[in-house]
Design a protein around this ligand. Structure first.
Ligand SMILES: Cc1cc2nc3c(=O)[nH]c(=O)nc-3n(C[C@H](O)[C@H](O)[C@H](O)COP(=O)(O)O)c2cc1C
Length: 205
């Protein structure tokens, strides 16, 4: 996603940068959660999770997750359907300025569950974070290693989301079993962007 329409950006609440949860406790408690209450998340929680995924952490453009050669080839999309103050739709996270770009007003929870071999529980959450790789962004620097690097970077981003979700007392999961072309079509991704992971999130049951 290279085109960012500034008139279509939702400013997110400022993320917090401290917490009472220590890293050891977060690591010990991290678990996949597939069962959610049908209660909305709020925009501050979504903001915090997006910051944990790819938020900027200094003036040099570095982020919460490491990146091979600072190429930052991961894009984070959000398919939301139960978030206060955020209409259902598909969004794209813009790290600079910490905003959400609205791409569509479609509610896609059933489509995402269907594209994931019918893992129906995905639709019970409030939203799904879609981690997408853009290998070509890293090719000039990394050559043919770029695709491998992009997969590793998605792993870093996903663990950040797991730990942040725990600190917010939310539940989340990592879904790798999905049909790539279906997810590409649902989110509206160009050919150059590879869907790598779906991360449903919701209030823990
Ligand atoms: C690459 C990868 C793909 C996964 N895909 C799915 C999936 O499609 N559906 C699912 O329910 N869990 C999926 N999982 C979650 C694992 O089943 C889960 O991490 C494992 O059972 C260990 O449980 P824990 O995460 O609670 O420690 C995936 C995990 C990884 C790392």
């Amino acid at each position: 996603m290279t085109r960012v329409r500034q008139d279509n950006i939702i400013a997110l609440p400022k993320p917090r940068t401290t917490s009472k949860l220590c890293v050891e406790e977060a690591l010990r408690k991290r678990r996949t959660v597939r069962s959610y209450l049908r209660q909305p998340l709020n925009l501050a929680e979504i903001s915090q999770l997006l910051w944990a995924a790819q938020g900027l952490t200094d003036r040099d453009g570095n982020r919460t997750a490491p990146s091979a050669g600072q190429t930052h080839p991961i894009e984070v999309y959000l398919a939301a359907w139960n978030v206060e103050d955020l209409p259902p739709g598909i969004y794209h996270y813009v790290p600079r300025g910490h905003g959400l770009e609205r791409l569509s007003d479609r509610e896609v929870k059933a489509e995402l569950a269907e594209a994931s071999s019918g893992q129906e529980w995905i639709a019970d959450g409030a939203a799904v974070f879609v981690l997408v790789g853009v290998p070509e962004r890293a090719r000039e620097l990394l050559g043919d290693r770029c695709t491998r690097m992009v997969h590793m970077e998605a792993g870093h981003v996903s663990e950040n989301i797991f730990l942040q979700s725990l600190a917010l007392r939310l539940g989340n999961a990592f879904v790798g079993r999905f049909e790539e072309e279906k997810v590409r079509a649902i989110i509206g991704l160009p050919e150059s962007e590879l869907p790598l992971a779906l991360m449903p999130v919701g209030r823990k049951r």
